[in-house]
Design a protein around this ligand. Sequence first.
Ligand code: PMP
Length: 407
Amino acid sequence: MASERVINFGAGPSALPVSVLEEATQGLLNFQGTGIGIAEISHRSKEFQAFISNLEASIRTQLDVPSTHHILFTQGGGSGQFSAVVLNMLARYRLLHPERTAEDAVMDYVVTGSWSKKAAEEARRLGGGRVNVVVDSRGHSKDGKAFDNIPPHDAFQFSEDPALIYYCENETVDGVEFSHEESSPASFPFHLLKTDALVPLVADYSSSFMCRPIPRLADHAIIYAGAQKNIGPAGLTILIVRQDCIVDVDTAAKLGAAPVPITMSYKTLADSGSLYNTPSVLPIYIAGLVLDRMQRHGGLKHYEETNRRKALKVYDVLKEGEAVGIFRGKVQEGAGSWMNVVFEVVGADAEKEFLDGAEKRGMKGLKGHRSVGGIRVSLYNAVTEQEVDQFVEYAREFIKSHSTVQS
Ligand code: PMP
């Protein structure tokens, strides 16, 4: 029952709008008057094909994706793209430079958090090229171990002619980091990239896709995201791929590149309109409903404004708690994410008490990532500002009742 739902601050899968879930239950029974449910209808039916085309058009319009870039849908999640990106971009590099050795094919990784670290590890595991860590933000952190900061631009060591340059947005290298200032500087050093050639810039947008416009989208070779944060259930992966990165992987393999599994080849996806094999029909459907709703609610501009306000409110209460020693932020000021605010509750058992108290007030999903601990407040699009206000009110009460500092 919709009325029995709690406030879900989960990090992914995360909250979806109730109106969309209600609409989707209808679609599960009868998709667009076909008499067949969405999970049962053929992906080759004209109704579904029209639906997926509309989804593509909606992403293109809302994100302002230029005609130089394809929008593709696949499966395998963000982790699947850790591999696919490497295979497709090494194939592209092989076609561009058939005479060069695998040792020449350098893949530049900006390592600013656990996801980009994992992506770099997968590139190393696959081989076929050499991984260059452009910067590792742990080297710039307070304790030398945590990913808690945006590294200074002069710390980035890009290679001369890399096969790819990889970063993970939302991992403290957001195109625009979260700060109180309206016009915070871009934290990813786009200006250091060579712009005379087609820069092979790859970005993992899994955590923040469709939460605000993508800065310098057209300068990217590949942008990808799993759907399960802002726009739908897990099972759908969205790719925005520049035309020059859609390459004939089989010709590249003849020249010595690693063979690419057919469903991972961007060319296969592009040539088939993302329908080479059965796609994740239900997640695509729900994502389509979410995107339609977004458009009706004022598009990305509206979400950007709301998400900024939501994050500001949580960062403000976090600061209040820090000032009296109740909370401790996990990232340095100005390096915080728009979507996931992470902090610790200071004191033995204090974290459990905080989580229990939140749960009593109908707020769930606040426990931090299993490898990092602490509290993580995820503020994805479907988390309303009013729900954020409820969290802030609770956090303020917690601070007040635990504070020994007299005001
Ligand atoms: N990249 C980022 C930034 C993520 O947040 C996640 C998952 N939360 C992943 C990659 C991995 O995605 P998946 O679970 O879809 O493989």
